[in-house]
Design a protein around this ligand. Structure first.
Ligand code: TTP
Ligand code: MG
Length: 264
């Protein structure tokens, strides 16, 4: 049941195998002689940040933990839906394809978030919120998306967040300079992104800041800010050092407060 319900569960972790048991509230993790028991509701954490900020690196790092499941962004679906590359079309002709593309992004984000959770902690790449507050907003501000289309997408967005269970417990914001994002985008060389400019990344960076730091749009969870400008090695070291904070291990897990914790 997706609507109006919060999933709660109890998990037994034993050598990486997870069995879901009966419904319980709470938030502690306790060790017994031969197993770790998670007495917890499902935890949902989204990693946000500019294009190329390091979100996939973050997710890859946390795949090793048995209590964590990772949902990577469905970019491959955006590149191939029945043979259509909507991501590529959107970059080639944003006037024509922005609404189609962002509608599909919104759908795939909601499908990803509402898919049955198998492990106590789910980490997702982005959320419906950044798609709307950063990308749709930018397309509208630039004049690529007319007000009529923006209004339709906004109404869809409002309906989805009000009627589905899309809540987040934490947003991890990888705050990365647009210069470093551009360097990484060039290194990974996704063909559709060949035309991405420094100016485009500056604008997207400001929109992430407006949303997650300056709170100009609704922030649906507590925000943990991490330094995304570190080298790969140092970034992974920081993820390990901050693991308990990132995975809400010392927390009641029921945080929908709007405070920002800056960690660097
Ligand atoms: P990102 O969602 O930023 O993912 P990424 O894999 O590039 O990030 P990272 O390197 O940090 O892992 O962007 C994926 C592509 O999709 C990028 O070209 C931007 C585009 N995009 C939109 O155009 N609109 C959207 O709403 C979203 C979410 C992405
Ligand atoms: Mg990625």
């Amino acid at each position: 049941m997706l609507i109006g319900r919060r999933a709660r569960g109890r998990f037994f972790l034993n050598a990486g195998r997870i069995l879901q048991s009966r419904v319980l509230a709470g938030g502690e993790c306790m060790k017994t002689t031969n197993r770790t028991v998670y007495n917890s509701r499902m935890i949902n954490i989204a990693v946000e940040g500019n294009i190329g900020s390091g979100k996939t690196t973050f997710l890859d790092h946390f795949k090793k933990f048995p209590e964590v499941e990772v949902c990577e962004e469905p970019v491959e679906k955006w590149r191939n839906i029945n043979g259509y590359n909507l991501l590529g079309l959107m970059y080639q002709d944003p006037h024509r394809w922005s609404l189609t593309f962002q509608t599909y992004v919104q759908l795939t984000m909601v499908k990803m978030r509402t898919a049955k959770q198998q492990r106590p902690i789910r980490l997702t790449e982005r959320s419906i919120y950044s798609a709307k507050y950063c990308f749709v907003q930018n397309l509208y501000n630039c004049g690529y998306m007319p007000h009529s289309e923006y209004t339709v997408l906004t109404e869809w967005f409002q309906w989805l967040i009000e009627n589905l269970e899309l809540n987040l417990d934490l947003i991890v914001y990888l705050r990365t300079s647009p210069e470093n994002c551009l360097k990484r985008i060039k290194e990974r060389n996704r063909s559709e992104e060949a035309g991405i400019t420094a100016e485009f990344l500056d604008v997207l960076h400001r929109l992430h800041e407006d949303w997650l730091i300056h709170k100009q749009f609704e922030v649906p969870a507590k925000v943990l800010v991490l330094d995304g400008d570190l080298s790969l090695h140092d970034m992974c070291k920081m993820f390990d050092e901050k693991k308990d904070e990132i995975l809400l291990k010392n927390n009641s897990h029921s945080n929908c407060s709007l405070q920002v914790d800056t960690i660097s």
